[in-house]
Every structure is written in structure tokens, then in C-alpha cells.
Design a protein around this ligand. Sequence first.
Ligand SMILES: [Fe+2]
Length: 376
Amino acid sequence: MTQRILSADAGADALTLQWQDGSRDAFPWTWLRDHGEDEASLDPDTLQRRVDTFAIPADLTGGTATLADDGATLTIDWPDGAPASTLSAERLAACAGRIPHEGHLDRAGTPILWSAGAMPNALPSVAFDAISGGEAGLADWLRNIHVYGFSVVTGVPASEAGTVELAKRIAPAKHTIFGDYWLLSAELTDHGDTAYSTQYLEPHTDSTYYDDAPGLQMFNCLEFDGKGGESVVVDGFAIAEKMRAETPEHFETLTRVIVPGRYLEPGVHLRAERPPFRLDRTGRLVQVTFNNYDRAPFLLPADELSAFYAAYGEFHRHACDQENWLKIPLRPGMALIFDNWRCLHGRMGYVGKRVFYGCYHDRADFESRLRTVAAA
Ligand SMILES: [Fe+2]
């Protein structure tokens, strides 16, 4: 809905705007001059700030407000002779928290959390041809990942080149210790990691030892001839929200305790630390991090340690509850991509041959595509 300002009342410290629904917000005069969208305040081509923030008097007051465009635009003339500032009602409403701001990912869709009793009706899925053939298919794919935390892709060429073609629709792969793209199969011995085996892998997030853990992980199935080996996906946000509601003390512990992760092999020592539940300033989940295989040794004061083990154990119990799992048997022609900041992934043990080709994407690259392609 277009935002409209009904009236503007000038006070000594701030300008109070009344919105179309009758509610009000006060904007300090200094802030208003700092946030002008006119050419003197903001470069119209780069949208970078031009106004000299640090020259604005801290006690600025006395602006004269005028509304235009049926309340969609506010202009302020200043008593000190500075160029008039113009702001849109849209920008003002977003900054006041009334509507999602221009970069808010939920403009691409509201996330749907899933767990026992509320699983997705059908696997979110998009055809390879739709993704490679145009922006609409790509937007559907990105929206699936944002809304459900994962998406299947069907009709993917079972080849390394096909994997790269698909991945590049989002962005170049994120380089890690495993390279840009990697083959995943028990026959490989390039890295001493449990992923390169046939054994059952508990649900986890990848790269807990990177400060900027990959935002996305993608696997394309090149070969499968065996039994078992289903990919497991678990909605970590759904588990965290369940804990926030049911055992808030455990939820709080996992937002507070900083857990180190590590990766060691000859010539490599990666390490990063963060809490299992990372929140934004509004308390909303940003990232879930959980990989007990890669947890580095750490010690806490005794009471804090027992709180941590209790909370971490509860998270693990939910993550390993098969009622919360989606088991996806990937076969040649199918790829799976998931949000590594939200979903945990695992694998059932298997016998036979299973070859995947995969990559990671940087979180920032994914978000950028989401904003420009899926939320446009
Ligand atoms: Fe993994």
C-alpha cells in the first residue's frame, strides 16, 4: 500500500508526522536533513549519500514542512539557508519500522517454518529449464530457498557442466578449502572429512569454522547405484523457534554461549566462533550454527557449562528427531540446494555408489539476487 502522510506538526526537536491510519511518528530535525532523497542530499545515480552529515548542527530546528503528491512526499525548508530536503513517505515509513525496508528479504516472501506436524505438502521444486530459461524460473527458485530454506531442482543434467550452469544462475561459487566446486563420493580421499564416507551423518550446518559460513549449499546427483544415502534436511529455524516458545531458558543459552568450530588437516587450521542461534537487533533469527563433529574444545564456568550442555542437547534431540526430517533420495537429474544459515543437512548411511557434484554460495550473493530478482 502506498504510504501517505496526512499532516506534519513542527516541534522544537522533531517533526511529527501523522499517517493515513491516524498513528504518528516523530522524526528529529537532524535525522531528517541526514536522510534527504533530493539531489543535494543523495546522488541520484549511485544513491550514495551526498549530504555532509557531520556539518548538520546537532541542535537543528525550525524547518518548514510541506506535503506534496497527496502526502507521498515531504519537503522541508531550512532556516539556515541549507538546500531544502525532500523525503518520500515510503522511506519515512520504512525507517519508522511500519513497512519492511527496501533491503528486507521478506519482500521476496514470508518464510514458512516446517517441522513435525507442519511439513511442506510437497517438496518445493523448480525445473532446471525454467531456471536457466528466464528470470521468472530463477525468481521461483530463489523464493523457494527463502521461504522454505531449500529447493529441489528437477531435470538437471547429471554432469559437472550442468551443475555449474545451474549454480551460476545465482552467483559464482564461493571458494572454500574444498575449492569452488567439489565432487563428493566415498571413493575420494582428498579430505579427511566424514562427508567423504558412506556412514550416517547427523544433521549439521557446514563451515562452522568459517566466519562467513556459506549461505547456500548445493548438490547435484551425478551417479547413484546403491541403497540408502538419502539426503536429510531439517529446518533449524523451526527448531529454534520451538525452543524459544517451549524452553526459553535453553533458547537464551544458545543465543549467548559462543561455540568454536574448527577444521584441521595438514597445512590448514580454520577456526571461527559464534553462538548456535545468532539474532538480529529485533530478536529475529539470522543464523543457526550446529556441527558437533567440528566443535573445537572449549571450557565454560561450571554453571554455564551445564546450561550449555542441556540446551545444546535439547537442540540435538530435536535435530535428530526423524519427525522433523525431510528425507530426499537424490537421483541423477535432481539437485538439492539449501540455506546453510537456516537448515541442517545430513545423510543416511548407504551401500553402493553415490556421486554428487556441489558448491557453496556466499550469503551476500544469494541475498543480493533475492532482492534484485525475487523481490523486484
Ligand atoms: Fe555437510
